[in-house]
Design a protein around this ligand. Sequence first.
Ligand code: S3P
Length: 170
Amino acid sequence: MRIILIGFMGSGKTHWGTQVAHRLQLPFFDLDEEVVKAENGTSVTDIFATKGEEYFRQKEKDIMEQLVDANESMVLSCGGGTPCFFNNIEYMKKVGIVVWLNTHVDVILQRLLKEKAKRPLIKDIDDEGLRTFIIRKLNERRMYYEQADVILDKEDAISMNDFIQTVLHA
Ligand code: S3P
């Protein structure tokens, strides 16, 4: 079984991914981290700055496919943009159960205000503009996120057992 977590930056993918993987005794991968490893430790921000977004998007797709090929069972936490490029969302649904953490904008905002620097898409946006950016980007991406097999609307208010039950019964 492969559980693939998607959702906006700050939606809780890595947090839930590690917990669910631990509970289900599955290997856990964070796609951003795997891309960084494959780029010899260059951070996502530096990959964007030196090689550009297009390079990053190709790399995240390639690494995702390599992880899928190598792991029949796993929990994979994707980057916020992963399902929105190439045919990634169709691919993800073919190889796993795709879960969208549809976290509320205000929860996302509070989380991202604390950690803008490591995210190239928002690092130069001032705090006042961040909410508008999140709403706009989320609206652009919704059509991809909505294709998930499971949608969790109250990410910040559900229990681990609810999460696991919902995903396992998808
Ligand atoms: C991105 C999200 C980031 C990372 C990159 C681009 C996006 O991942 O892949 O900065 O396009 O939303 P997280 O969602 O884990 O922050």
